[in-house]
Design a protein around this ligand. Sequence first.
Ligand code: ADP
Ligand code: MG
Length: 682
Amino acid sequence: MLLVELEQSVQQLKRVGPATARAFARLGIATERDLLLHLPRGYQDRTVSRPIAEARDGVECNTVAEVIAHDTIGWGPRKTLKVYVRDASASAALVCFGREFLATRLKPGVRIRLAATFSYRYGELQSSSFEFEEADSPPLLFGRVIPVYPLSEGLTQAVVRHAVSQVLDTSARHVEDGFPEALRRERSLLSPEAALRAVHQPATRQEAEQARRTLAYEELFLQQLRLMLRSPARTVKSRLQKLPHRLRARAVATLPFALTDDQARVIDEIIADLNGTTVSARLLQGDVGSGKTLVAFLAALPVIEAGRQVVLMAPTELLARQHANTAERILGPLGVRVCLLTGSIPVRVRTPLLQAVAGGDAQLIIGTHAVFSEATRFHDLGFIIVDEQHRFGVSQRAALVQKGRDADLLLMTATPIPRTLALAYYGDMETSTIHSMPPGRKPIRTHLARLSNEQKVYETVRRELAAGRQAYFVYPLIDPSDRSELKNAETMSARLQHEIFPDYSVTLIHSRVPEDEKRDRMDRFVRGDAQILAATSVIEVGVDVANATCMVVEHAERFGLAALHQLRGRVGRGELQSYAFFVYADDLSEDAKARLRILHQTSDGFAVAEEDLRMRGPGDFVGVRQSGFFRLNAADLTQDADLLDTARNDARTILARDPALAGQPLLKRLVEVHDHLEARAV
Ligand code: ADP
Ligand code: MG
């Protein structure tokens, strides 16, 4: 029996009625297979006994106790049973909220095995979170390592454990997962049955961890295989060409500055892709301000010179427009026809633009996702560039590539990605990295400030404004509608204007400001007519105003580290000394402060990203949550980097040795399981 085929409904299990089935459904669990793949989030080790008196700070006791008396608290429908128990070390009260029925099982004189966490209340040790079984019955929940499952409302650990153990007893014995046997032996993996048993009912923690690593390895192997199978690099181009480079050389010659070594190197890497025999997909990583836009334009020129079209897609209209302006400035004089295509362009204007794109008159098309709408037909799209792409998942990447015939793909991101995430998420792509900044940049001075010290921040900003500089203020909310304690951009922009900086002009941008209004306000800020820009994190990507030297983020604890690093990158874009102020809540926990301090300690985006991954896990990582692709079940990218490397190499080796592998039914089914898990988690 294959794991994928365990499709009986959980409702057929004992003690699983319609209500419990619905509770399981809330966790995405419908079938026996889903249940087997519902892995414990941790374990309680009940192999070591611990008397009541030694159970402290959330540590369970694991003891044999005797019931000594009953009592009740409250009255009427809220009456609650209290059962007094005693072991050799101490006595304590078990508070049985809503479990009056326990009175008959816990009669005075009965001896029980007891696991409980206690707190000291009303002069006695109390527990409302306990598990027990009669001491003269065979141990089920004691003397072993007990799984602790993620729950949904309506489920208890006991119900899940019971359901899982039924499936293990009836079905796990025959289960096969179709994983290549040679590989299983080579990597010393457990059999599927052993792995599933050990992960749900381990004898020791080590056994549980060994089982988890087996499942994690398989999961990562499949994920890598899947990425490789989907990789555009498997498509051979129908036309091969050696691209001309005269236009690019002319563009470089007209620049007011020299390319950095890193820029020159990555442009070469990209152009090698464009000249390559298979369709390429490359990820270009470079910290904010490292000059990726120019790289994109210069890499696009050979394609344009060869008579094909290039698309540059940006996540916001603001950014698309800015790129179009830059392109017009740098490439316009060389005769390149640039076309801006966004959702807010009125039909009357758009129709001729679309004609220009379809007819091949437009050579460099810049826009938001509107560039890939149904209405857009390209004459001959050869190269797709996506800026600040962390919102695009694997399947979206594939869809993009299909828009162009053999079009090469370049994704650019200023959100550095930790290595494990990059491999797991972008394993189908090559990567290029810009490490160095254009010369002359001064490191940004980063300060952390308590909310109550905010006046000091305002004073520094005031000094900068007086010197003719500009400032950003970023808030976690748009307006007061949420009735939150948090500051919001709308209220604060009014306060900044009228109370704090009445001598300067403040403008406001957030996602609910209509596009044309947004454009006008942004233009005012770019021109310097407004000195202060109040905003939400919409300005996170792309905005480039060299005269802005202050970035103030309020309620910084509400933002991810990577996002804060991005925001910080909005300043320090010229040669002026710039400042970032991260203002945090007065009552912020030490952990959260330690997290913010990382930004103070390093300006290296990769270091920030690694730290963010370590502290918060991949789930919180920019773009990861939306992708769905990342909902790994058994694997944990913060601790399984070694497994990922091995799995990746194995997948590559196997695919190289046996390219037909993708067609093998068993592997196909395995990949389906994986797909199923992915769908389930979203
Ligand atoms: P990002 O990588 O964040 O997209 P940009 O492409 O917006 O960075 O570049 C930031 C700024 O640096 C722009 O104003 C750009 O003109 C400038 N710049 C790019 N390359 C160089 C260079 N080699 N020397 C000096 N300035 C550069
Ligand atoms: Mg950029």
